[in-house]
Every structure is written in structure tokens, then in C-alpha cells.
Design a protein around this ligand. Structure first.
Ligand SMILES: Nc1nc2c(ncn2[C@@H]2O[C@H](COP(=O)(O)OP(=O)(O)O)[C@@H](O)[C@H]2O)c(=O)[nH]1
Ligand SMILES: [Mg+2]
Length: 359
């Protein structure tokens, strides 16, 4: 999973980034946005991987990972024009989900420059910018198709592309997202190359202050009518990320936080964005992998290695829950809970797979 943090300047993107990754990228009321984004890879904490490691005693254990990118902010004056520079846009296209960081804390210096926190308005601005960015891409492409038409260049593909783009334009110009449009397989294929921003899953991170964290039910309700939302106390949780686990736990309970920001975000992202984990186990390696809910055994095989997808024969499969309940792979087999699944098998969260293949 590859997650991009975007938002207004000083919304707390870098703070959230630090809270999630335990890094210490520069945050301040004053520093100007850098051009280069901060990037980090974080492991998805998963107790199941620990239990499997205990049992198989592998040479190595590999957790699933989330790549987090903290993008340059939207500057104050540019809200009405375009949020993203060409360079930033190129980078944002490479992530597969967008987290919109919304400021919900007050700070005298920031309030002075940007006004008091207004997360709902910020969300509206950000979404508007994403939609507008896609709309511009569509309009430019349509113009190009039209020019080609005038020059006598016309083929079945461009006619079809034009039709699909017109459909997008209709929705985008009403403020809708590409993701909300039911595209048929052919349209999907025609449009895949554009990497529209609003085709990506989008959710909001409400970045609250220590003083109002946990007291924003109404606000969260308003936001969740637009997109899923998760609340963090950015600065507080950034500081926690630098503490030892037991020390952190004590401070967390003061604010009523039961899990680390990283752990909450990964659970949330898995649920909301529709990711699941499956495992591969053995003497060499115990490993967690991430795929989308609804993907089949061949997709899972391809996540491990393209050869495994190409030469896929069958997947040997049992579930983590059966394993945990019975205590060993052998016991799972004896109970007849060890299965052979074919290409179309929809992989479930917690499946332990061994792909049989031949290339
Ligand atoms: N009180 C408070 N201040 C915050 C919070 N999150 C960020 N800030 C402050 O806001 C300023 C900008 O934060 P930063 O993460 O650099 O914002 P970015 O421009 O979106 O990356 C810094 O001075 C932070 O200390 C928060 O949750 N509470
Ligand atoms: Mg920043």
C-alpha cells in the first residue's frame, strides 16, 4: 500500500508523517514547504505474524509494509488556482490512496496567517482541487482529440475515448469524483493511463489538538458524509512515537487513545480501503502480504512473484484462525481443514497460502 498525505500548508502533514513513521522530519510554524517530499516505509504491526514466527522459527520474518509520502502543501495563495505543481502532480499520481490532512487545532502563529481552523472548508477546497486537476486533464485531452479530428485523424479508439472522457467531464464538472463513476471494463481500459487523482481511494485525517481530541463527533459526522475519516492528535502522537512503549501507553490513556497512530491508521486503511493480508510460511521466511479484498488466488500469487501467477497451478490454503485454534499445521491437516484452491478462489484475510506453480 502506498499512501500519500496531502493538505494545506501547516495542516500538520509532516507532523502526522512523523507520528506514523517515528521519523523526525522538520515541523515548524515558520519553515517554508520543501520541494522534496518526505518518504518512509512502515511495517504493518500484525500479531498473527509474530505467532507464525514463533511456530515456524524462520530465518527471517517480513511484515507487510505501507509506504507513506508527505507531499508539499498547498500554499496559501494558490487555493483558488491550482494546488499541485507539475512536479508534485507527477509524484502524487504514483501513490494509490490519498489521505487529506485537515487542520483541527489552533496555534496563534498559524491562525494569524491562515485563519482559524476550518476542517470542513479545507476538505471542500482539497477535494475541489483534486476534481479540478482531473477536469483539466480531461479537457486538454478532449481538445487534443478534437484537433486531431479536424486534421482528419479519426479512429475507433479515439471515438471511444472521447465518449468515455465526456462522461467523466460531466461528473467532474459537477464536483464528482472519477471513483464514483461506474465504468465498464472497456472504459476502464481506455482511461487507465490517465491515473486520475479522484479515481484513487480518498479519506480524511482530522488532525486535532490535544485539547479537542476525541470531542469532535459532530465534525466527524459531517466529514464522513463526504469521505471516511480518522482522527489523530498529531503533535501529541508524534511525541509518543519517540517514547518507549510503556511510557507512551501511559500518556495515551490520558487522552483516551488505546493504540498507536500507526496501528490505528493501518487498521483503518485496511478496512476502509479494502486491503487484506495473507501469509506465506516456512523455514526460510514467514511473511505477510497485502492485496485488495476480492482479489483471487492468481492475484495473490502475482503479488509474491509474477512467475507464480504465470505458472499458477493451485493454492494450498489454510486459515490463520484454524492454525491458531489447533496449534499446528499438522493438526489443521488432520482435521481436514487444509484445502486446495483454484485460480478463481477469492483470498480471505488471514489465509495462509502456498502457491504451486510451474513455469
Ligand atoms: N497544537 C497542535 N499543533 C500542531 C498539530 N499538528 C501540527 N501542529 C503544528 O503546526 C505546524 C505545522 O505542522 P507541519 O506538520 O509542519 O504542517 P505541514 O505544513 O502540513 O507539513 C507545526 O508548528 C506543528 O507543531 C496538532 O495536532 N496540534
Ligand atoms: Mg510539511
Amino acid at each position: 500500500m502506498n499512501l500519500g498525505l496531502i493538505g494545506r500548508e501547516k495542516a500538520g502533514k509532516t507532523t502526522i508523517f512523523n507520528a506514523l513513521t517515528g521519523k523526525s522530519a522538520d515541523v515548524s510554524e515558520y519553515t517554508a514547504a520543501k520541494l522534496e517530499p518526505n518518504r518512509a516505509v512502515v511495517e504493518v504491526l500484525d500479531k498473527r505474524v509474530d505467532v507464525l514466527t514463533e511456530q515456524y522459527q524462520p530465518k527471517k520474518t517480513i511484515y507487510a509494509t505501507i509506504h507513506v509520502t508527505d507531499f508539499v502543501g498547498l500554499s496559501k495563495g494558490s487555493a483558488e488556482h491550482s494546488l499541485f505543481s507539475v512536479a508534485a502532480l507527477g509524484l502524487i499520481k504514483t501513490v494509490d490512496s490519498l489521505a487529506l490532512v485537515l487542520r483541527n487545532f489552533s496555534n496563534p502563529v498559524i491562525d494569524e496567517v491562515y485563519g482559524p481552523a476550518d476542517p470542513v472548508k479545507e476538505l471542500d477546497t482539497l477535494l475541489g482541487e483534486l476534481v479540478l486537476t482531473d477536469q483539466i486533464v480531461v479537457e486538454r485531452r478532449l481538445e487534443k482529440i478534437n484537433e486531431d479530428l479536424k486534421r482528419g485523424k479519426k479512429d475507433a479508439h479515439s471515438a471511444q475515448e472521447e465518449k468515455a472522457l465526456q462522461r467523466l467531464l460531466e461528473v467532474l464538472s459537477e464536483g464528482g469524483k472519477v471513483r464514483d463513476i461506474d465504468l465498464n471494463a472497456e472504459e476502464e481500459k481506455t482511461l487507465a493511463g490517465f491515473q486520475f487523482l479522484t479515481a484513487k481511494p480518498i479519506f480524511a485525517i482530522l488532525n486535532s489538538g490535544e485539547e479537542n481530541y476525541g470531542k469532535n463527533e459532530a465534525l466527524e459526522k459531517t466529514i464522513s458524509a463526504v469521505c471516511p475519516v480518522i482522527e489523530f492528535a498529531g503533535t501529541f502522537e508524534m511525541e509518543l512515537a519517540g517514547l518507549k512503549e510503556d511510557e507512551a501507553a501511559e500518556f495515551m490513556s490520558d487522552l483516551g487513545i488505546t493504540e498507536s497512530a500507526r496501528s490505528r491508521l493501518t487498521t483503518f486503511a485496511h478496512d476502509i480501503l479494502g486491503y487484506i493480508s495473507f501469509f506465506t510460511v516456512g523455514k526460510d521466511e514467514v511473511r505477510a502480504w497485502t492485496i485488495r479484498r476480492g482479489e483471487n488466488a492468481v492475484d495473490a500469487a502475482g503479488t509474491i512473484h509474477s512467475d507464480l501467477a504465470r505458472g499458477f497451478i493451485r493454492a494450498e490454503c489454510f486459515t490463520y484462525d484454524d492454525f491458531a485454534a489447533l496449534g499446528s499445521e499438522k493438526a489443521v491437516k488432520e482435521k481436514g481443514l487444509f484445502r486446495l484452491e483454484g485460480k478463481d478462489y477469492i483470498v480471505k484475510d488471514g489465509d495462509i497460502l502456498n502457491i504451486r506453480f510451474s513455469v
